[in-house]
Design a protein around this ligand. Structure first.
Ligand code: KG4
Ligand code: ZN
Length: 377
């Protein structure tokens, strides 16, 4: 089975063809980062426009590199949420049109489920259940991966995501957006114990994260130094920050693993490229005899291969099941139940608009998955 995976949730227009859930035949990523960098962050309107300009050639290039035409493709997969609404809409609308015109099934994939699936590309032996630490620009989750598309989020950030914290600290230290990888580089020549930074605690939930206090501590140290006419040592601060945030992430993941009895651990999301996080998590897992899986560097950030991979698992789970399209209301694949389902023919577009368009898959009147565009969860 060949799946074409499309990703457009943020600032990367990406498309990939993956065969049988393991062989990546092509992986094209068009990054808009040079343009967003001018503004110090992703500008949603610019992102949507660039996706609209790029998506056709990126998809064509992915098909060409894979030596395929749409005839050879068995299903079109697309990221439906979470992400920037305009950016998602470009990918979803394009994928819907492509799937419909080529008469192929359309498989909706949750972006975080995609990041988690990036591990299956290099580690086909990794099988649920396991515990996954998901750290990206928008999310910091500890997730029980119960099955290929069944998850239980047991910890999440109360404020900034880990990647966001990396990027804000990087900006304070004078690095360009997105600064995660610059911190990573600078940290290599810095002293991780040069600055003492806080390990914020989250009252009431031991698996939740809070990074805003850590970010503020770095900002205050830099500003206070500037007021005194001093400067902080950028490499030392980068190393101290990376050391602290890695400790926080690893400590919580290890605590959750111990409490819930997991001995297989995964790491996923853009921040999984961070050498400090990778090293510390590897050491912690080795010490406890846990097996750790991390994505290859090229699949840490947003890409279409992870979306196609996850779609392959979703398709396998649905073999021989009836697929049809419904319209429903907000739901969250991760752990919340679908609230309300309405049949397509009963949906009043004039009243409800198109925002809540949901693609659902049902079998014997039982809802298996439902997705909507723009759910920010
Ligand atoms: O998963 P991703 O590509 O996009 C989202 O889904 O958000 O993650 C992007 C984030 C950015 O915050 C970026 O700075 C961070 O991943 N990142 C890193 C590194 N490479 C990317 N953070 C720390 N160290 C890195 N080497
Ligand atoms: Zn991502």
């Amino acid at each position: 089975m060949k799946i074409l995976g499309i990703e457009s949730s943020c600032d990367e227009t990406a498309c990939s063809v993956v065969e049988d859930g393991k062989t990546v035949l092509s992986n094209i990523v068009a990054s808009q980062i040079d343009e967003h960098r001018l503004y110090g962050g992703v500008v949603p309107e610019i992102a949507s426009r660039r996706h609209a300009e790029n998506i056709t050639w990126v998809t064509k290039a992915a098909l060409e590199e894979a030596n395929c035409t749409m005839e050879d493709i068995d299903a079109v997969a697309v990221t439906y949420a979470p992400g920037l609404i305009g950016a998602l809409l470009v990918g979803v609308s394009f994928a819907k049109g492509l799937a419909m015109s080529a008469n192929k099934p359309l498989v909706p994939v949750h972006h975080i489920a995609g990041h988690i699936a990036a591990n299956y590309i290099s580690h086909p032996e990794l099988k649920p259940p396991y515990l996954c630490l998901v750290v990206s620009g928008g999310h910091s989750h500890i997730v029980e991966v119960l099955d290929y598309s069944r998850y239980h989020v047991i910890g999440r950030t109360r404020d900034d995501a880990a990647g966001e914290c990396f990027d804000k600290v990087a900006r304070t230290l004078g690095f360009e957006y997105p600064g995660g990888k610059f911190i990573d580089n600078a940290a290599k020549s810095g002293d991780p114990n040069a600055y003492k930074l806080p390990h914020p605690k989250v009252q009431g939930s031991e698996y939740d994260f809070s990074f805003s206090g850590l970010k503020t501590a770095v900002i205050n140290l830099v500003h206070n130094a500037a007021q005194k006419g001093e400067t902080v040592n950028v490499n030392d601060m980068a190393a101290s920050f990376q050391n602290t945030i890695s400790d926080i992430l690893v400590d919580k993941a290890m605590l959750a693993a111990k409490d819930l009895g997991y001995i297989t651990i995964g790491l996923a999301g853009g921040v999984s490229a961070n050498s400090g996080v990778r090293e510390k998590l590897q050491k912690a897992c080795d010490k406890r005899g846990y097996k750790l899986y991390m994505p290859e560097f090229k699949y840490c950030g947003d890409n279409g291969a992870m979306i196609a991979l996850q779609a392959d698992e979703q398709m396998k789970a649905l073999t021989a099941l009836q697929r049809c399209r419904w319209i429903g209301f907000r739901n969250n694949l991760m752990d919340k139940p679908v609230r309300k389902i309405i049949r397509l023919e009963n949906y009043d577009y004039s009243k409800n608009g198109l925002y809540f368009i949901t693609i659902c898959t049902v079998h014997k009147n039982e809802l298996l998955w439902a997705t909507d565009v723009g759910d920010g969860a």
